[in-house]
Design a protein around this ligand. Structure first.
Ligand code: PNS
Length: 160
């Protein structure tokens, strides 16, 4: 069975994330969407909220599991029996950091490959940070966030 992990902060999940989940789940037998810790970022949504939103948007998707971990991704992948990390790649600006992480993860876990999926053309400009900034300044974020979690995302952004 081919198991892959799609890791991220998902703060909050966007339509760009959902696009990658849908496409990757068609490639692998099992896709673990893993809400991980990014020590470079302070999140707006707590871990439980991010997990809940991921569960909501992946509800009913065959072969997709949502999980959370504070481990190193390389160690988590080994523990879960996953041989592939899936990452969405937007513009070239993502590349340097993603390339570094892919190489470091492979150094720490030589059985682990990283597979980059080009972001869908409708989502190249989209990021969780942009969603939070637009929402906080009163902009319409309904084109950027899955409808099932739009209310929750708006509530948390407005309360911040
Ligand atoms: O959505 P993000 O914030 O770009 O995702 C980054 C993430 C969470 C995948 C990355 O920070 C990560 O892998 N965190 C787990 C801890 C880890 O393994 N860090 C070393 C990466 S080389």
């Amino acid at each position: 069975m081919k198991i892959a992990i799609y890791p991220g902060s998902f703060d909050p999940p966007t339509l760009g994330h959902l696009d990658i989940i849908e496409r990757a789940s068609g490639i692998f037998d099992r896709l673990i969407v893993a809400c991980m810790t990014n020590r470079r970022k302070k999140t707006l949504f707590c871990t439980e909220e991010r997990l809940e939103m991921l569960r909501e948007i992946t509800k009913g998707m065959a072969g997709v599991e949502v999980d959370g971990s504070g481990e190193l991704l390389a160690a988590y992948a080994k523990r879960r029996g996953a041989a592939v990390i899936v990452k969405g790649l937007r513009a070239m600006s993502d590349f340097e950091m993603e390339f570094q992480m892919a190489l470091l993860n492979r150094k720490m876990n030589p059985e682990l490959d990283t597979l980059f999926l080009a972001a869908g053309d409708r989502f190249h400009y989209l990021s969780s940070s942009a969603v939070k900034e637009i929402g906080a300044l009163g902009g319409d974020i309904s084109d950027f966030v899955p409808p099932a979690i739009l209310g929750k995302v708006k509530d948390v952004i407005c309360q911040a």
